[in-house]
Design a protein around this ligand. Sequence first.
Ligand code: 9MR
Ligand code: 9MR
Length: 586
Amino acid sequence: MHHPAYPSATYVPPHRLRLAAAWAALLLAGSAGAAQGTIKLNQVGFLPAAQKLAVVAGDAQARFEVVDAASGKQVFEGSLAGAGTWDASGERVRLADFSALRAPGNYRLRVAGLPESAPFAIKPGVYRELDIAALRNYTLNRSGIALTPAVAGPYARPLAHPDTGVLVHASAASKARPAGTVLSSPKGWYDAGDYNKYIVNSGISTYTLLAAYEHFPEWFAKLPLNLPESGNGLPDLLNETLWNLDWMLTMQDPNDGGVYHKLTNKSFDGMVMPEKATAPRYVVQKTTAATLDFAAVMAAASRVLAPFDSQQPGRSARYLAAAESAWRWAEANPKVLYAQPADIQTGAYGDGSVDDEFAWAAAELLISTGKAAYRTHAFAHAGAAAKGTEPGWADVGMLGWISLAQHGKRLPAGVDAAPVRKQLLANGDRLVERWRASPYRVTMGSKDFVWGSSSVILNQAMMLVAAYRVEPKPDYLDAAQSALDYVLGRNGPGMSFVTGFGQRSPMHPHHRPSEADGIEAPVPGMLVGGPNPGQQDAKDCPAPYPSKLPALSYLDHVCSYASNEIAINWNAPLVYVAAAVESLQR
Ligand code: 9MR
Ligand code: 9MR
């Protein structure tokens, strides 16, 4: 199917630029107080039948109205709920519920004495452009490709990081591949604002996209991405995912099945375009975590690709063989943890515990091979991890639960996924309880505001979707909707955390191409890390954060890698949750 070279809705019109810039200035100049007295809501909008909530900061008023954005005419009126204080932001807030308004249109919320809310839409398919733009970022973050104008529009660029002559670092040396051996390890996605490629973070990111396709294939069948591969008989989501799977495969040492932890420069590049970043690249240390994450992703990919064997002959079988040989390496090397070598400064993605990685890999292998040998490991985590609520790059056990619940019927005879389904419901109930108790009506508590907090709430939403798919209780879906609302504007700073979407969105993400490409607006469709009171980047920032409070500790400045970077593992749950909310809508 043919379609415009670049989805026009993802361009940022100049008036939006000025507005966003004005707000960024306000945020920088002001204090946490800038957030008071404002109406905060999802600035993209809602599906007609969805739950629709807004937060009104301050507690002076009792009524709200929804008005048509163009004419200003009232279309809905309601009472604000009783006030509560959100400890994460220190704000006193009241909730507005306008779920009953279902008529498609463009609207604003109005409360006497306050500035009107940002505009938002109510319409079918309201997250379609967002999902496309979020996925297109993987394309724009491809390593080892020249992006043509036909594919990348204004973000076209020459070939960068071919990675066909990568050096084996001393930490990764083996008899067959001594230090300095030259390997070819092309393709893959840049991890984030930096140009390095990390297997651990590729693990959860690639899985999340594969799961999105496994769970919502009809949605992605109709989501064309205008890729170089489009039209080859595969859905574009899978085409994009193959770009990273191809790279991951090259990170396995065929001599023993072990997988290198990362492919990286020795230190981070300057803020330059990728083709200007030409420092030597290394594969660094094989680790148990990387090898198991690799095994899990390859096992999942082998079953997702199986129906496409005529288009991609042998791929599915190759993935499964790679997964099994990785598993054997991990069994023989069960606790090789990452230790950052003295001469390497880039991201560590170090993880002190690999029980959850064993469980996840075993779950995917159990499903994809049908071999009962993986059973014990696969179910180990579901029994033990009742404390968990959401996955993350270092905490992947729950990804295995998601797959086991999805593929109950594929499990070998006598193996039952019922305990996992029960755990998913208990987990969903815990999240719903928190959501209901929160004055902002979000699942996020103060301690969830860590580096990449935007992904924490979206990964919580993924677990709510998993629960909903076991048992379709409306609360699960409503709480997942609230997570999307949070990243699109119902949050402390009252802005969308996705570049180019919503009236106010980040203008200065820590993303090298956005900083260096000479285009004023950042690349659209990127989810920034979000509020993080850790402020680990303060020493590198000329401007102070506006607040130390967890939900307000966000700085829209390019210096702020701890609150304003972008990353493949943050965009992935955005892709997933937007697809889920569209696909499961009431
Ligand atoms: O750009 C780097 C970013 O991708 C990482 O997430 C971050 C933390 O590891 O580090 C960034 O690089 C900075 C480095 O850590 C300190 N000096 C300034 C670098 C660029 O802002
Ligand atoms: O997302 C990672 C976060 O959980 C860690 O606290 C942080 C510091 O180790 O690193 C983050 O990952 C960065 C990675 O190390 C390098 N590429 C950019 C990633 C996002 O900031």
